[in-house]
Design a protein around this ligand. Sequence first.
Ligand SMILES: NC(=O)c1ccc[n+]([C@@H]2O[C@H](COP(=O)([O-])OP(=O)(O)OC[C@H]3O[C@@H](n4cnc5c(N)ncnc54)[C@H](OP(=O)(O)O)[C@@H]3O)[C@@H](O)[C@H]2O)c1
Length: 302
Amino acid sequence: MGFLGVTGAFALVYVTARFASFLYRLLCPVKLNIRKFGEWALVTGCTDGIGRAYAIELAKRGMSVILISRTKEKLEQVAKEIHSKNANVQTKTIAVDFTKDNSIYSTIREEIRGLDIGVLVNNVGMSYDYPEFFDKVEDSAKLVNNMIRCNVDSVAYLTQMILPDMLQKHRGLIVNLSSVSGRRPVPLLGLYSGTKGFVDLFSRSLAAECASRGVLIQSLCPGFVVSKLSGIRKPSLFSPTPEQFASSAIDRISLPFTTGYWAHDLQDFGQSLLPEFLSNKVTMYVLGGVRARALKKRNRAQ
Ligand SMILES: NC(=O)c1ccc[n+]([C@@H]2O[C@H](COP(=O)([O-])OP(=O)(O)OC[C@H]3O[C@@H](n4cnc5c(N)ncnc54)[C@H](OP(=O)(O)O)[C@@H]3O)[C@@H](O)[C@H]2O)c1
């Protein structure tokens, strides 16, 4: 076999292996009863978007929910909605801002003391106002501080707080919200991509550590979902509503890595086949357009 033949054979094996892994994630997740992990689920960033949909879906599946976000009124509204639909579950609300200093973790620790937490959903996250070159971001020191505290510290500290109890009980599930943006470089959203890359690798490392010790850890890497953060308002084939997304993702909790949604699996698979330089060029072009429109809008408003 000549050089081209060998290269072709390797490429075929590689693509077949990727496709088999894609099909497995798409078709074979074992649906688990989420209640078997414990009585309470703790969801961060739960008053909007994906976190809110997770909290509501987990309550629908019989879990009591600890709701954590910044805004007290919005937390009470979600708690009320959960009670109106599920008389048998309890809720507890904790208002903290994850961009603040580490004393918030002492507050959370005190509030959850004694509760049987079976599921932790590290969902809270923030991104840029619009795509931008890292050196041109306005007040970049504040962005670095806030995004690392919100997207990275929250995942590490809450996992550090709750995982030991789960391991002791030999049951538990931790779902960490990464993103397709954490799977490969995203120029013009570099810091966001980096924080989500941390979440992905941290989660998959812990998943391997905990696999034989009764606790499931999942790196959840969605594509676009309708939400404030994504700026997408209308659902489409590749942008489900948070409710569609949460219901699909909770059916896939047995997987240590998933995008959570079939169309995002397809997207992730397609993107994984692109060489990085090409993927970077496409992203620069697309996000460059978003940046230009955002700057134009901002200049008009000033
Ligand atoms: N939407 C997408 O397309 C997408 C794709 C991939 C990954 N993700 C990830 O999924 C997660 C959720 O995203 P989303 O789109 O659902 O976001 P979202 O709609 O903007 O909701 C964010 C939630 O987090 C809370 N929050 C924001 N900043 C906070 C802070 N500093 N302290 C405490 N709570 C805070 C917000 O509530 P308050 O304002 O009341 O605090 C809100 O409940 C994020 O980690 C994101 O990176 C999203």
